[in-house]
Design a protein around this ligand. Structure first.
Ligand SMILES: Nc1ncnc2c1ncn2[C@@H]1O[C@H](COP(=O)(O)OP(=O)(O)OP(=O)(O)O)[C@@H](O)[C@H]1O
Ligand SMILES: [Mg+2]
Length: 486
């Protein structure tokens, strides 16, 4: 184990790109000392998960070095369940991460970490059969079972309810080793981290800040303001010198040398301008238009299957969703909200009727309704084939989807970028029934109020699942369905 104050992660002038020429990190240098608890902040797609992949050596820098002491062990709790792990049993899953094929104590260790993440399960259960919240806890447990010196957590609060987030905060406060966390949940981060690494999506460098999340946002905008003022001053001085040089240039040959010198001074001033930065942008306000020519009634749920005393029982519900009604669907973390929504949207269950011709806009928790082989362009075009190229591109740009991103395969874009692509698709689709399963996961905090506003103003039937209270409170709700209270 590293001693206190020893450097355990060192990035020295790291340059990285997935595809040439699109640098994600440009001359990134920072150190992390042992036992510190650190937050990584930055816009969606800035490269936060990429920094973790460099630390775990899954990828290598193109230039520069990432150094971790040979004696330190590193474990990562991934942002989403890797596809190749979904078919494993719980036991196979933990063995894989513990890298212990024959170890005698493995079952004991598995039960210890499962207790730490408060999950009771049979070890033969398949990972894919767990709910989103349970999978989030399995991701964490797979990192904990490795008892690492350096623990990396990539968006660990996605899909977790409030109680669980408090539990995780306490756990991390007590944790006696180095922890780096990527998250957009400010309250969560502020409760246990010492300082912040801020990855700027425009300059592609990492800056270190002490204090908490909100202070950093303020400090970053002050810095940008100062830099803009400096640049404006340099620009003005350069312009004045050029104007003077032009005057001297026309006053005879003796002054031509002075004019030349002034021009070169003006060029030097321009070079003194700092790299232009902009504040991280939020997506533009948007409206999800509604489907025309459908009736007032959209959906009817007669009964719901629930587990009672270990048996499946059917309970009467009688919910009808009409035009302009928003319904909040809630249930504890272990209940199958996503499975319920998948069944409901399939049109194949007898307990739920969706009126004919109603177009469903479904924002899924794991984006499983996107074709990951497609490029972003192809995926989005499916939802808006009738749009002109210009309309299409300008609407996508409002969601910060530029041409570079359009060319990437869905596989390769970041989780938050997938979320923004999914919202853009909903705008193109003009649905009659909007279903949203945890739509704030992975999304940068700047975009969340804009998304809430769009949902609040949506004029047809909507079903929302979200564990983020502040988000839910900012959206009008007319109906409630609590699967735990039937
Ligand atoms: N395998 C890949 N090939 C090409 N581009 C990639 C690949 N993986 C990631 N990218 C791109 O690299 C950038 C950084 O991705 P990364 O996943 O590190 O972002 P992030 O900061 O973690 O974002 P989020 O907050 O959305 O999780 C993104 O623009 C993404 O589209
Ligand atoms: Mg990420």
């Amino acid at each position: 184990m590293a001693s206190n104050n020893e450097t355990v992660i060192k990035f020295s002038s790291v340059f990285f790109e997935y595809v040439h020429p699109k640098l994600i990190l440009e001359d990134v240098t920072f150190n992390v000392r042992a036992w510190k608890k650190i937050t990584i902040m930055g816009q969606n797609g800035a490269g936060k998960s990429t920094i973790f992949k460099l630390i775990t050596k899954e990828i290598e820098p193109k230039i520069g070095k990432v150094h971790t002491p040979d004696s330190s062990t590193i474990a990562i709790a991934f942002q989403v369940m890797p596809v190749e792990d979904k078919e494993l049993t719980v036991q196979q899953y933990f063995k894989k991460y513990k890298k212990a094929l024959e170890e005698e104590n493995i079952d004991k260790e598995i039960s210890e970490v499962l207790r730490a993440v408060n999950l009771k399960t049979d070890l033969e259960k398949i990972i894919d059969k767990f709910s989103g919240g349970q999978q989030a806890r399995l991701l964490l447990a797979a990192a904990l079972i490795q008892k690492p010196d350096i623990l990396l957590l990539d968006e660990p609060t996605n899909n977790l309810d409030k109680d669980w987030i408090y539990h995780l905060e306490d756990f991390l406060k007590e944790y006696k080793n180095t922890v780096l966390v990527i998250s957009h949940d400010a309250e969560f981060l502020n409760s246990f981290t010492d300082w912040v690494l801020y990855l700027d999506v425009h300059t592609k460098i990492v800056e270190q800040y002490v204090w908490n999340y909100y202070d950093v946002i303020e400090q970053v905008s002050k810095k940008i303001e100062k830099e803009n003022m400096h640049n404006a001053r340099m620009k003005k001085e350069a312009q004045d010198k050029m104007d003077q040089a032009n005057v001297f240039a026309h006053k005879g040959w003796k002054l031509r040398a002075v004019a030349k010198k002034m021009k070169s001074d003006a060029e030097a001033l321009k070079e003194n301008m700092w790299d232009k930065r902009r504040e991280d942008k939020a997506i533009a306000p948007f409206t999800i238009e509604i489907q025309e020519n459908i009736g007032w009634e959209i959906l009817k749920i007669d009964t719901i299957w629930v587990v009672e005393n270990n048996e499946m029982t059917q309970k009467p519900v009688w919910k009808i969703l009409r035009k302009d009604s928003h319904m909040l669907l809630s249930a504890p973390n272990w209940m199958w909200k996503s499975t319920f929504l998948n069944a409901l949207t399939s049109g194949k269950v007898e307990w739920c009727t969706i009126w004919e011709n109603v177009k469903i806009g479904y924002y899924t928790q794991d984006f499983h309704n996107m074709n990951f082989e497609n490029t972003v362009y192809e995926e989005l075009r499916k939802s808006g084939p009738w749009l002109t190229e210009q309309e299409f591109r300008s609407q996508a740009a409002r969601f910060l989807i530029d041409w570079e991103l359009m060319k990437a395969q869905v596989w390769h874009i970041s989780e938050g970028q997938k979320g923004l692509v999914a919202f853009c698709a909903l705008v193109f689709q003009k649905p009659g029934l909007l279903i949203l399963d945890e739509p704030t996961n992975h999304i940068n905090f700047r975009h969340i109020p804009i998304i809430a506003e769009a949902l609040n103003n949506y004029k047809w039937a909507m079903i929302l699942v979200s564990h983020v209270d502040e988000f839910v409170w900012s959206i009008r709700m007319d109906e409630y369905l609590d699967l735990d209270q039937l």
